[in-house]
Design a protein around this ligand. Sequence first.
Ligand code: ADP
Length: 399
Amino acid sequence: MYNILIINAGSSSLKYQLFEIESSEIIAKGLAERIGIEGSMLTHSAKDKEKLVITEPMPSHLEAMKLVLKALTDPEYGVIKDMKEINAVGHRVLHAADKFTQSVIINDDVIAAIRDCIKFGPLHNPANLMGIEACRANMPDTPMVAVFDTAFHQTMPRKAYLYGLSYEAYTKYGIRRYGFHGTSHKYLSSRFPKLIGRDKKDLKFVTCHLGNGSSMCAIDGGKCVDTSMGLTPLAGVPMGTRCGDIDPAIVPYLMKEMNLTPDQMSNYMNKQCGMLGLSGVSSDFRDLWAAAENNNERAKIALEVFCYNVKKYIGAYAAAMGGLDGIVFSGGIGENDARVRKLCTEGLEFLGAKLDPERNKGRDKEMRISADDSRVEIWCVATNEEFEIAQETYELCCK
Ligand code: ADP
C-alpha cells in the first residue's frame, strides 16, 4: 500500500491530499487557512468519515503541517495510524524557470533553485518553500519531490520561448516564455491519446486548460511545443481576473494615466482585469452567463472576448504544428461549460474540427464531443493533477 501526500502551499494556506496509489484515489484531503493571521482553521475530510474542523492558532506553516499530520492520523477522523504510512510527499511548486525539465527529489540544491526563482514567482515560490520546510521539519525521514508547473513546457523550441526583446533580456535576466499548468497539460498529453487509442508520437493536438487561470498548450509527438502563458501566468488568453496578452506599450501608458506604481499596475493586471474587468460582473463564468441571459451587454462582451481568444490560439497552434488531430477541453470551464466549448470551436470546420451539439451537452468526465464526420477529435477530459503529482512522486521515491 503506497500513500503519497500532496502539498500545495500558499502564502497563508496549505492544501493537502492523501493519495492512495493502488486505488488511484484521494483518501483524505483538507485545507489549513489563515496561517499566520488570526482565526487559523483546518478543515479535514476523509473517505467515509465525518468532516473535522480544527480551530487552533497556526503562527506558521510548521504548526499547520503538524495539525495536518494530526488530522490524518486521528483515530476517529484520520485514515492512517502513523505518519510512517506516508511513503513520500509531492509538493506543487510554481516556478523552476529552465532549471528543471521534470519533477525531482528535493535536496538542498533543489531548494536553492526554487529560492533562485522567487524573482519570477514572488507570491508562490516563497509559499511553496514554506510548505517544503514545514514538511521537512515534521517528517524528516520521508522523501519529498518537487513537481513544477513549468517543467512540462521545457521542451518548447527556442523560436517559441523567445520574445522579440533584446537577446540580452534573455541571457542576462532570463526573460523568456516558461509556461504554467504543466502538470495538467502533461496529464492531458498522455490521457487523450489513450482515450482515442492512438500513439501520442503520431498526434498533434491542443490542450485548453480553462479555469480561473487559463492556458493553452500545443502538443506534438507527446511534447509541449508552445504554450500561451509566459514568463508569468499573466499572459495568454484573458482569464477570470488576469488580462492575458496585451500590447506592452499599454503598461507604461496606463501607469501614467492611472498614476500607478509598478506593484499597483501588476495588481491591476492580475486581479482587476480579464472577465471581471471586462464584464464588471464577476470572474466566474456561471455568473457571466446568468448576466448575459439578462441582457447584460458587458457580460456578453467578456464571454465573446474569451472564446475568440481561445479559438485564435487553437488556430495559431494548428499552424505552428502544421496540423491538428485533436482539441482537448479541461479545467473548471473546459469541463463544465458547453456554451464556451461551442463558441471556442465554432467556425473551425475549415480545419476539420466539427462539434456535435448533442454530445457537447453531455456531463461525463471524459467524453468525445466532436461529430462523427469531424477529422479532428474534440474531447472534454477532466484534468487530474493529483494523479499526475502522486504518480511522479511514487515513481521517483517508491520504485
Ligand atoms: P482553478 O484555475 O482555480 O483551478 P477551476 O479549474 O476550478 O479553477 O475553474 C474554476 C472556474 O470554472 C470558475 O471560476 C467558473 O468560472 C468555472 N466553472 C466551474 N463550474 C462551472 C459550470 N458548471 N459552468 C460554467 N463554468 C463553471
